[in-house]
Design a protein around this ligand. Structure first.
Ligand code: ADP
Ligand code: MG
Length: 699
């Protein structure tokens, strides 16, 4: 249960003064439904009215606060209501006019009685020789000077949500902030000179200068740290809980592994050896393995997967390898099956297409344990599939995040070790905040003999030359991928674009051209890709569906239209489709020039990164730096946590600190039961990490 002290923060915003259902609906659009959502919506700007000049010192265009005497009201002449209502004012230095259009005289007489003094805040203008302020933002009696905010925070707004309303709601929310027991280590607070949570919250909503809005403002840092700590602590708890959950010891005699390694036409790279050492160590441990292997396309993850599977089989268990598509599942099968031909190990493949007796036979073999290794799509986790003794599950999810989480392995009561393989090199900060509950291994080294792909950026206008070059390559017996632009908002336009390009290339090259796109049935897609793989087709026109991988070693050219629309990591993935054999390969990034053959600065910087390096990890870091985490991989479905107060790339040092801190916390107080532990539970609730708190109870 959420600690009661937090209740005021988790109620609807209608609970705040000045917020009715209508306003709450608008606030919901920019912040969220609850009081805490308002607190987490930090100001993005600042209006500074602290300049207090005399009238004659005021500069045109400046936002000022003046103290003036109200001398005389001057309503517009009768019948000229389009002219402004004027109020003439002065101080000892000079004169200024306040102007109001469509004014209500009675209201103005009340606000600005002749002969009184008033504080007026607004923007100075010059009009027919004199100074004026049109519709001042604030008019206040000097005796109530503190009602005039000299600094006003600026919040995100939406139509019909006024800044005043929003500000009032936020300050109402700030008023509701309870005084929470400190959850940070006192020495950290002292070292960083951090304020308490409540003071920090109050201060970030009352900025006094532009500096207060920067990421390294001490109040913002404290709040960002709280959020990162909640994230890291929740991940550490998940990890701690999983390690407590019983795994099993899988330790083989190496017989199969050495036989297969001898049969391989190559020897493993150092990184492959290193990753395998991590995996074997985890498998031999009594705790459950949950490990993520990151490695670029072509870095050789499949053979790592195979050896891990063999380790499980040597130990007397079964292994399963799950691929994201049927094509990939089949490629894995075709790589693995021949290597096991001379052994007594049985490997099978199950996809959604298996039906009837054949499927029934495979499932029976699996259940009886005759099948040692099963390869397939997610169909291998259908309800009717049961294993005799599944020891290791490998998910080759490439860059599709989240599949693993959705597997609900726990529900199946499986204690199997789990290995997830991804082709997306994830920047360190994102890996920490997203996969902090897994152990991570990286393959950075490419197998020897690879020639770097010659990468060039070419304006779309030169499409004709590109088509001819492609045509010549095909004459030489090479194969080509041609990727059409992504149109995120409109799948129909995307389809038209890819079909038009297909028709055009078909005219040029005849029936050696194939087409795959996302709207095709998977059997149709498979047929085309298989034809490409078998070299019945030389040119494959595709939308980004090919990203999820086909291994065609003789493909040497990758053409990407509208490269400027793709994320860097994505372009890198696509490029990884060529250069797999030993021929020189080329990647042509066709871009749409924005003006006179020029590409925008960021776009240029992005394409240059690709030309300069082939290291997916470097590219990923650059992509994150250039586009920010929201855009990394281009979409919300990327599965990265949405921070409200922290930014994993800008607060990288805070992130490492939070990681170390959470490890230390759990080593000293694994059940969070000390006084500080209780405060940390409140922190978890504050950031809605309720699930993590539940883990404490179940443990
Ligand atoms: P990934 O799945 O990481 O994209 P693959 O496992 O498909 O990469 O490997 C790409 C290619 O490299 C395959 O043809 C594979 O046989 C080959 N390969 C893997 N490891 C090595 C190695 N150590 N030396 C040479 N070739 C290798
Ligand atoms: Mg692979």
């Amino acid at each position: 249960m959420r600690p009661e002290i937090l209740n005021p923060l988790f109620t609807d915003t209608t609970y705040l003064p000045g917020v009715g259902p209508k306003v709450a609906a608008l606030i919901n659009k920019v912040a969220g439904p609850r009081v805490i959502d308002l607190l987490f919506t930090l100001p993005t700007g600042l209006i500074d009215r602290s300049a207090r000049p005399k009238i004659t010192e005021a500069v045109e265009g400046q936002l000022v606060t003046l103290e003036v005497s109200i001398d005389k009201h001057q309503p517009p002449p009768k019948g000229m209501s389009r002219l402004p209502y004027k109020v003439l004012c002065s101080d000892e230095s000079g004169f200024i006019t306040l102007a109001f259009f469509h004014a209500r005289a009675d209201y103005l007489l009340k606000m600005l009685p002749e002969g009184s003094k008033r504080l007026i805040s607004g923007k100075i203008e010059r009009f027919s020789g004199g100074l004026q302020i049109v519709h001042p933002d604030h008019i206040v009696d000097p005796e109530k000077a503190d009602e005039l905010p000299l600094f006003e925070p600026v919040y995100p707004l939406t139509a019909s949500l006024h800044s005043k309303t929003m500000r009032k709601a936020v300050s109402g929310a700030v008023e509701k902030c309870p005084d929470l027991r400190e959850w940070l280590d006192p020495s950290v607070v002292a070292r960083e000179k951090w304020p308490s949570w409540r003071d920090a919250m109050r201060s970030v909503h009352q900025p006094q200068s532009r500096l207060d809005l920067s990421d390294d403002n001490v109040h913002r840092q404290r709040l960002a740290y709280d959020e990162l700590l909640a994230n890291q602590l929740a991940l550490a708890l998940t990890r701690q809980n999983r390690q407590k959950g019983k795994g099993r010891i899988l330790r083989g005699d190496e017989s199969l592994r050495s036989a297969v390694q001898r049969a391989l036409p190559f020897s493993l790279t150092n990184d492959q050896h290193q990753v395998l050492a991590d995996i074997y160590r985890d498998m031999a441990a009594p705790t459950r393995m949950i490990r993520l292997v990151q490695g670029d396309v072509g870095s050789g993850k499949t053979v790592v997967a195979l050896l891990a599977l063999l380790c499980a089989v040597e130990a007397g268990a079964q292994g399963a390898l799950m691929a994201p598509t049927e094509i990939l599942a089949r490629q894995h099968y075709e790589f693995i099956a021949p290597l096991l031909e001379d052994t007594n190990i049985s490997v099978e493949i199950v996809t959604g297409r298996d039906k009837g007796q054949e499927r029934a036979a495979k499932l029976a073999g699996l259940e009886k344990g005759y099948i040692n290794i099963l390869i397939g799509t997610h169909a291998i986790f259908s309800d009717d599939v049961s294993f005799n003794d599944l020891g290791l599950i490998i998910v080759d999810e490439q860059h599709r995040f989240g599949v693993f989480q959705r597997l609900a392995l726990q529900e199946k009561g499986l204690r199997s070790d789990v290995l997830v393989m991804t082709a997306t090199p994830i920047p360190r900060s994102l890996a920490l905040t997203t996969y902090g509950d897994m152990d991570i291994s990286q393959i950075r080294e490419k197998p020897p003999g690879r020639q770097p792909v010659d990468t060039r950026a070419i304006p779309l206008e030169r499409l004709g030359e590109v088509s001819s070059a492609v045509s010549r390559a095909i004459e030489r017996g090479e194969q080509v991928y041609w990727v059409c632009p992504m149109v995120e908002e409109n799948a129909d336009i995307e389809l038209t674009a890819v079909e038009t390009r297909y028709a055009h290339l078909q005219q040029l090259l005849g029936d050696r051209v194939g087409l795959v796109h996302g709207k095709m049935k998977s059997a149709e897609k498979d047929a085309v890709v298989t034809a490409f793989y078998n070299k019945q087709i030389s040119l494959l026109v595709a939308t980004t569906v090919i990203e999820v991988g086909v291994n065609a070693p003789d493909a040497t050219i990758m053409v990407i239209e509208h490269a400027e629309r793709f994320g860097l990591a994505q372009l890198h993935q696509l490029r990884g489709r060529v250069g797999r054999g030993n021929r020189q390969s080329t990647c042509l990034l066709l871009y749409k020039a924005i003006e006179k053959g020029e590409l925008g600065e960021t776009a240029k910087a992005r394409l240059n990164v690709l030309r300069e390096t082939d290291d997916g990890f470097v590219i990923a870091e650059e992509d994150l730096r250039l586009r920010g985490p929201g855009d990394f991989l281009g979409s919300a479905q990327s599965g990265f946590p949405d921070f409200r107060l922290a930014d994993a790339s800008k607060h990288a040092s805070l992130l490492s600190m939070a990681r170390d801190d959470s490890a230390l916390i759990l080593s000293q107080d694994p059940t969070l039961s000390t006084v500080r532990g209780q405060a940390l539970k409140t922190l978890l609730y504050l950031f809605s990490r309720n699930d993590a708190v539940k883990l404490l109870k179940s443990g």
